[in-house]
Each structure stands twice: as C-alpha cells, then as structure tokens.
Design a protein around this ligand. Structure first.
Ligand SMILES: Cc1ncc(C[n+]2csc(CCOP(=O)(O)OP(=O)(O)O)c2C)c(N)n1
Length: 320
C-alpha cells in the first residue's frame, strides 16, 4: 500500500520538516562534538526520527511526552526549544536545564516535555504517574512515553504496564525497538521476539510497526491516542527502527563486530528523510531545508554566546 498517497501535501511537508530538522540538528551535533564544545555524552537518534515525528504529530500541544537519554528527537518533535537544547549540551546557562543536565536530561515543561533520564526505563513509571495526575485533572490530556527495547527488560516497565492497564491511565507506551541495547542485539537477550504480544497480555491494545514508515506510525498513533483520549485506557506501540551511529558518540561503529553494515543499508533504503524529500516539489523542499539551516546556525550561535553558569549556582536546583 502507498501510505503516502492518503496524506495531503501540507502533512507531507510538515512531517518532512520535522524529520529533516532532527536529522540536520544531530548531524551538526556530531560535527561539533570533536571540538569539545559539547560537555556531555551524546546518544544520537539519526535513523530513528520517524518514531518521534510520527507520534508527536498526532499529539495536542497540551499533551505530554517522556523521552530517554536518546531524546533529541522526542524533544524536538514535541516542540522543544532548539537553542535551549544546544546550549544545554554546551553546558551553558541558556540551556533547558541551565546547562547542568546535558544531552541526556532535556526538559521543556512549557512544551509538555518531562525531564529525560539516563537511568534506563526510569522514565516509564514517572510518565505513568504523570498520566494518573492528568486523568484526575480531567482535561483529556495524554502522555506518550518512549523507551527502548533494552528498557523493556526492566521490571519497573512491566509493573507500570500492569498499573496503567488496571487504572485505565491515559498513556501511550512507545517502544523504539532498534534491536540493540548498547552492543547486545535483541536475539542474544531474548529467546522470543514477541515484545508486543507480551504487552498485550496486560490488557491493552498493542500494535507493532515493522516498516519504519512515518505515515504508518502516525496513523497507528492517531488511532490509539483517540481511544486513550476517549477513556479506553493505555495502549502500546512497538516501532521497529535502526540506530545508524554508535550507541554513544558521533561516529559509526560497524567495525566493532556486534552488527552488520548490511542491516544499516537495509534501513537506509527506507530512510524516511530521503523518502519524504522525494515526495515534495524541489522548490518546497529547498525552502524547508534553507529554513532549517538558518535555524540551526542561529541556535549554535546562541549556545556559543550563552555564558557558563556562575559558580554560585552549583548547588541550586539540587533536590537532595
Ligand atoms: C538501569 C540501567 N541499567 C543499565 C544502564 C546502562 N545502559 C545504558 S544505555 C543501555 C541500553 C539501553 O538500550 P535501549 O533501552 O534499547 O535504548 P537504546 O540505547 O537502544 O536507545 C544500558 C543497558 C543504565 N543506564 N541504566
């Protein structure tokens, strides 16, 4: 089926802008990284953009997302502030966490972005708690929580799925299945690959999308979120995807021996940035690309010019 055909030009352009913007931002981050201007580790989502973009496109501005330490795409797709994201990585006071959190701890409460965490799976119960609060508030808001296939091995994730199903919480669980937890492929961690089927046993709609197709992800998310908003309780969406770069850092790591370059090539053939670029008229695509380039240059300048936090701030905002 041609999943693009049912979408209008405006939707395709909007999704392309979202995808290309994340791709170009992360490529710039990868370029800057060796200069040591970026003060934190970086976990790039290059290749995985379609998940965040497809899902966030269906959310309302007052909905909430919760991402992981690989959270640049989630943050940007939900409307996070790009200059504040880059300044955060530069350790500058203009950063979204005043430069103290770095790439793994992006946050944007005004845009509905809960703080991200480096502790694998830890955002999932927190996001469910937030969805319980939203349910009690009664304004029809929904949480979308993102986590990796590795995080799906954390006990707390299963406790959360059960609690959310039991209490019919307004939350969409999104597993970004890139088949890898650092250097350990899924096939060496599980005897079965029935991640979606396992979640379904908790008593919620559970779907899997293997194509990486942004239109398919968006359509599935829209359907599931409609149900959640109508009070049906949580839902789960597993999206197959692929991390093109190394686990942490800007480089490729296909020589490390834990995965094959042919896997990358298979995913690159269905790259959604290139696919949507080809669906747009040249002039429309070029003007989007030019706007993105200007926006990124300005954001890098902002990050460079923002000062480092003052020494007196060292113990501010420390919880305990
Ligand atoms: C509780 C916890 N256990 C282990 C780690 C070390 N660790 C960091 S990333 C990672 C892999 C997680 O893989 P996945 O959830 O699939 O996310 P991906 O990196 O593929 O996006 C692990 C085990 C950690 N940060 N936190």
């Amino acid at each position: 089926m041609d999943t693009a055909a049912v979408n209008d030009r405006e939707t395709i352009a909007r999704l392309y802008r979202g995808l290309a913007r994340i791709r170009r931002v992360e490529e710039r981050v990868a370029d800057i990284y060796p200069t040591d201007k970026i003060k934190s580790p970086i976990h790039l989502s290059i290749g995985q953009e379609a998940v965040a973009v497809g899902i966030c496109d269906t959310l309302r501005a007052d909905d909430i997302v919760s991402g992981t330490y690989r959270g640049h795409a989630t943050y940007l797709a939900k409307g996070g502030d790009l200059p504040a994201m880059l300044a955060e990585m530069f350790g500058k006071v203009g950063g979204c966490a005043r430069g103290k959190g770095g790439s793994m701890h992006l946050v944007g409460l005004e845009q509905g972005i809960l703080g991200c965490s480096a502790v694998v799976g830890s955002n999932v119960p927190v996001a469910a708690g937030y969805s319980l609060a939203l349910k009690r508030r009664g304004r029809g808001q929904v949480v979308a929580v993102f986590y990796g296939d590795g995080a799906s091995e954390e006990g707390g994730v299963y406790e959360t799925l059960n609690f959310a199903a039991l209490h019919k919480l307004p939350i969409l669980f999104v597993c970004e299945n890139n088949f890898l937890a650092i250097h350990e492929p899924l096939t060496r961690r599980w005897a079965a690959d029935q991640l979606t089927e396992r979640v379904a046993t908790f008593g919620m709609p559970a779907r899997r999308i293997v194509s990486g197709d942004v239109f398919e992800i968006r359509a599935a998310a829209a359907e599931l979120i409609n149900g959640i908003r109508a009070g049906a309780g949580p839902a789960f969406l597993e999206c197959h995807t692929y991390r093109w770069r190394e686990h942490v850092g800007p480089a490729e790591d296909y020589a490390a021996g834990y995965r094959a370059r042919t896997d990358l090539e298979a995913w690159q053939r269905k790259d959604q940035v290139a696919r949507l670029a080809a669906l747009l008229p040249d002039a429309a695509r070029q003007s989007i690309d030019a706007e993105i380039a200007v926006e990124i240059d300005a954001a890098v300048r902002y990050a460079e010019e923002s000062p480092f936090p003052a020494l007196e701030e060292l113990y501010d905002h420390v919880f305990a």
